[in-house]
Design a protein. Structure first.
Length: 321
């Protein structure tokens, strides 16, 4: 999205601005049991007054497939748990983001933020997608691993957290996606990895969120204008939410769940980049991969795979310009 020259944008144009956010990364180092480890993440005391709207998580690893699935569980205003399944007991780092639209920090459409308000907001976001082809089969494995390097359009001031999801209608099963991970994350870029049961190429959406200490650096009392806001990445459009996954059918050895998410009307002029995470206490043993499919500017499908018919909740974040 481009701002009109000389016109002060309103709050609805500022993406993450006006939302409560917490990001971080942790070593998921709980006891290795039933093929997975857990880690309780304590959120900043008093930041959230209710359970946030969106939780995201991504394993930091070069080995999807060995990393089988990562989910969140027990979400609340004060903490949540990361659940990470892996085929061996290697301790793995996970990145996370928690986002909420609770009042009074949600700025309303039509409101013009001041320089002081923008300076007090320290988060920036970038997004994109990459096509992954030419997967290679790791020795002794029945899946194929893909990778690709991503360079950010603008360098972050601090190393961001990164989230990624495949665009695919086959989460897990005989020919489906297993997992998507990210590694080598720096202020300038990262490498995305994916694993799937066959060699079919696929697109991966990614979103990176980082801190800008000190905020945007506008002069006190200034009414921020378009070009500088675009340079700072404040022209992003963002929507968040969560949805219950219940409708399912058997396919390729798993139960496939599909739910259509309607995006806020008129927010996105082009198809946004969407990432998602699942709420489940049993990654891999029961809960398998989640993917995005049939994405448009107005709606998209979340697809998940599971070994049984139990309903579960998925969180999502959509980002566009």
């Amino acid at each position: 999205m481009s701002f009109l020259a000389g016109r002060p944008p309103t709050a609805s144009a500022f993406g993450l601005f006006g939302k409560k956010i917490e990001i971080g990364k942790v070593s998921v180092d709980g006891t290795y049991s039933d093929g997975h480890r857990t880690k309780v993440v304590n959120l900043t005391a008093g930041k959230f007054s209710r359970t946030p709207d969106c939780f995201l998580v991504c394993a930091s690893s070069t080995a999807p497939g060995a990393v089988q699935e990562v989910t969140i569980s027990s979400p609340s205003a004060s903490q949540f748990t990361i659940e990470l399944a892996r085929s061996n007991d290697t301790i793995t780092t996970a990145m996370y983001a928690v986002i909420s639209e609770e009042e009074p920090h949600q700025f309303r459409a039509g409101q013009i933020p001041t320089a002081d308000e923008l300076n007090g907001f320290e988060y920036v976001i970038q997004h994109g997608d990459i096509r992954l082809d030419n997967g290679a089969q790791p020795s002794g494995q029945t899946y194929y691993r893909f990778s690709g390097d991503i360079t950010f359009d603008n360098q972050f001031e601090e190393t961001p957290v990164v989230f990624a999801n495949a665009i695919s209608r086959v989460p897990e099963g005989d020919n489906g996606m297993i997992e998507v991970t990210a590694s080598n994350v720096t202020t300038t870029g990262f490498t995305v990895y994916s694993a799937r049961r066959n060699t079919t190429g696929h697109r991966v959406n990614w979103v990176a969120i980082g801190r800008r200490p000190g905020g945007a650096g506008f002069y006190k009392g200034l009414i921020p204008r378009g070009r500088r806001l675009e340079e700072l990445g404040l022209n992003r459009k963002v929507a968040i939410g969560n949805i219950q996954m219940a409708d399912n059918e058997p396919e390729n050895g798993v139960r496939r769940f599909t739910q259509t998410v309607q995006l806020p009307r008129g927010v996105f002029k082009a198809t946004p980049h969407i990432v998602t995470a699942t709420n489940s206490t049993v990654p891999w043993v029961n809960q398998r991969e989640s993917t995005i499919n049939d994405d448009t500017p107005s709606q998209f499908d979340i697809m998940t795979a599971r070994n049984n018919t139990a309903a579960h909740r998925n969180y999502w974040l959509a980002v566009g310009d």
